[in-house]
Design a protein. Structure first.
Length: 245
């Protein structure tokens, strides 16, 4: 299971949709995304769940490559975690990004990327079956440095908080555990459950636009359309739509 918040500009809230893509030339997929884009937080017919985090480093803006959102669409064609890593390795990237993959067979992999070719990839396997990530690099960046300490300093606080929230010595994590963890307000308003900062200009105010849980075994997508502390959860069963052909 993958659980994440998608934080972005408050003005985009009304444009968040669940897009159901039925294909004759490939596998079906569903994705929670801003209207007009092809893919973001995705669940595929092969049982691959894809989560994503924004990353920013000093190399962004210098490399020619495929834009972030086009890469997310390409990843919707992957049939497994290893196939998703292969796509990231073979395609040149225009910007940084973090990609979290989980498949129905229990495989989990996180991949930090900086702009460029395969040398800018850092695959990170799960530890004790869990992976946590926010908006800063955990690994060194070849030829560059992380801009998160200045651009998103709250990322470091959020990582510590989410890590503590999901630590379970024995029992497996359940949906309810992730829902609680993703609604945390430590460091408010720039918390895991993000709310608009009233001191920021209106056009620059961020918030949690959606909280999402992806279950690749069940082929289910559960989401709250905004901060989880304010919205009702809706669960969508895609076991029929996401059958493998």
């Amino acid at each position: 299971m993958i659980g994440q918040n998608w934080d972005w500009l408050e003005c985009l809230q009304s444009g968040i949709i669940v897009l159901e893509v039925e294909r004759a030339d490939g596998q079906n997929y569903v994705t929670l995304v801003e209207a007009g884009l092809l893919a973001k937080i995705t669940l595929t017919a092969s049982g691959l769940a894809i989560g994503v985090n924004t990353l920013v480093c000093s190399l962004d803006g210098e490399a020619r490559g495929i834009p972030f959102h086009f890469l997310l669409r390409a990843l919707a064609d992957a049939d497994h975690v290893s196939g998703a890593l292969e796509i990231l390795a073979k395609l040149p990237r225009a910007s940084s990004g973090n990609y979290l993959f989980a498949s129905a067979d229990g495989s989990v992999l996180n991949v930090e990327t900086s702009p460029g070719d395969a040398r800018g990839l850092t695959p990170q396997p799960s530890h004790n079956g869990a992976v946590v990530h926010t908006n800063h690099f955990l690994a060194p960046i070849a030829g560059g440095h992380d801009l998160a300490p200045a651009a998103m300093p709250d990322s470091f606080v959020r990582l510590g908080r989410i890590t503590r929230s999901i630590q379970r010595p024995s029992a497996p994590l359940e949906q309810g555990d992730l829902k609680i963890a993703l609604a945390d307000h430590t460091g408010y308003p720039n918390s895991i459950c993000c709310h608009p900062d009233p001191t920021a200009p209106p056009e620059s105010r961020w918030k949690t636009l959606a909280t999402v849980l992806l279950q690749p075994i069940e082929r289910a997508l559960t989401y709250a359309g905004g901060p989880a502390c304010e919205q009702l959860w809706e669960s969508l069963d895609y076991s029929d739509f996401l059958k493998q052909k």
